[in-house]
Design a protein around this ligand. Structure first.
Ligand code: F6R
Length: 237
């Protein structure tokens, strides 16, 4: 594991964007696993700028996102599909048909989950997976549990996750209580994993996840077993 501590959010975003840009340069047909949340927004801004400058090219990139709320469609401005379109896809030269986010409105969620895993397999796995980390140690929406789940699956969001994500909604009651998330197999099979975390509030969970025991009670701790993991932590917000 490479654990890189920087001072500012800007530095974290630039270093993470450097790694993603390098991946895209050496393999222009990369499959990028992408994340939402507040932490990667600065990375997406950097990537948009680099794409505008002609430094990186998204035309042959395929992307596959970690998760989506159940019950929201892509038109809803709280959905993760909307987030990705807004922060990245609409601003770079990616083919939108090559971008995948779970369908939170699928009539058959189980079939949606199976199809999602089949897609990852068809891609030959993810080349670089970008992750944030929740205050409870979740990655994607793999919440603390008694076991790790390999497949893409339906989850009940942890009360602390609902609390943390209420900031994006008009009220806590509007935060969906369920989500579809990529499971640990998709994440762990990624060739490279890049986890970003911003600010002192994430320090304690990072210590548990990367310097404590590997346990499904701290889902991100499984990443200690990944052969190519980089963590970039900005210690001040
Ligand atoms: C989002 C996701 C989540 C977030 C995590 C941290 O796709 O998978 O695991 O990465 O909740 O969110 P922020 O960055 O808002 O602190």
């Amino acid at each position: 594991m490479k654990f890189i501590t920087v001072d500012t959010y800007k530095e974290m975003s630039r270093k993470a964007a450097n790694l993603i840009a390098a991946q895209m340069t050496v393999k222009p047909t990369s499959v990028l696993g992408l994340a939402t949340g507040s932490t990667p927004i600065g990375i997406y801004e950097e990537l948009v700028e680099r794409c505008k400058n002609g430094d990186i090219d998204f035309s042959a990139i395929r992307s596959i996102n970690l998760d989506e709320y159940v019950g929201l469609d892509g038109e809803s401005d709280q959905s993760y599909r909307y987030f990705m379109n807004y922060h990245l896809f609409s601003k770079v030269n990616i083919n939108i048909a090559d971008t995948y986010v779970p369908n939170g409105k699928a009539a058959d969620i189980e079939a949606e989950c199976k199809a999602y895993d089949a897609r990852i397999e068809e891609f030959g796995g993810i080349d670089l997976q970008l992750l944030g980390i929740g205050l409870d140690g979740h990655i994607g929406f793999n919440e603390p549990d008694t076991c790790f789940t390999g497949e893409t699956h339906l989850v009940d969001l942890h009360p602390s996750t609902i609390e943390a994500n209420a900031r994006f909604f008009a009220s806590k009651d509007e935060v969906p209580t369920k989500a579809v998330t990529m499971g640990m197999r998709g994440i762990m099979q990624a060739k490279k994993v890049l986890l970003v975390a911003n600010g002192p509030k994430k320090k304690e969970i990072l210590e548990k996840a990367f310097f404590g025991p590997i346990t499904p009670e701290v889902p991100a701790s499984i990443l200690q077993l990944h052969p190519d993991l980089t963590v970039i932590f900005s210690q001040y917000e």
